[in-house]
Write a protein that binds this ligand. Sequence first.
Ligand SMILES: [Zn+2]
Length: 262
Amino acid sequence: MGAVGAAATPARIRRGATILNLTAGHGRPLHVLAIGAHCDDIEIGAGGSLLQWASEGHLARVDVMVCSSTPDRAEEAREAAHAFLDAVPQVQVAVHAFRDGFLPHEGPALKETFEALKATLAEGASPDVILTHWRDDRHQDHRLVSDLTWNTFRDHLVLEYEIPKYDGDLGQPNAFVAVSDEHVARKWELLRRHYGSQADRYWFTEDTFRGLMRIRGVEARSATGFAEAFTMRKAPLALDSGAAARTEAARDSVGALRWGTT
Ligand SMILES: [Zn+2]
């Protein structure tokens, strides 16, 4: 598999690499649901991809759900989400107040929160893509959020993002989104600006995030040199070979997603 992009701009694509282009039915912009255990997780794991996709006009709507916060950190998370997603027409941010580090001990209430989210989304358009934690992340909160995502959402494309940390649990992700130099820099600029509460953490530095994106960029043969990486466990594929495929798309497949190659 090559890199995965949301209908990436051809100029960004390295010739010779096969790229799977992710598009929703009829090529409309995507509706993304992003779920994080803690206030900065989504931006650390997928902030570059969200900036990239939003700048290219591929995002119609993003719903953000953060599970754990304090009042101060909740405010940081809301401001950060809106800053990362300021180019997205519709953004919904929900920040809950479960206790950091204790999510497995609040299982029933957290499960109810996921079910409530599912019910809310069912009233509107269903997300095309769900971003969540990597299933084998060693942080107990991250792992539970990943499990609950898969428990709750059965008809969606789920991409699991990664978080660098003390545990040393980085895996071998299999889906990559090329991130431009500009958005690599912007990701850190927004993280630093909006998460002041994390400024004294030894790992909260530009080189941590830039370094990981550089390594993933090498693995992806990213034309920009940088990428964010995800684990994609399952993905129903449909070859989009033109108008016939687009007509068929109206009949819906899982998540109404179509994949083409470049
Ligand atoms: Zn976290």
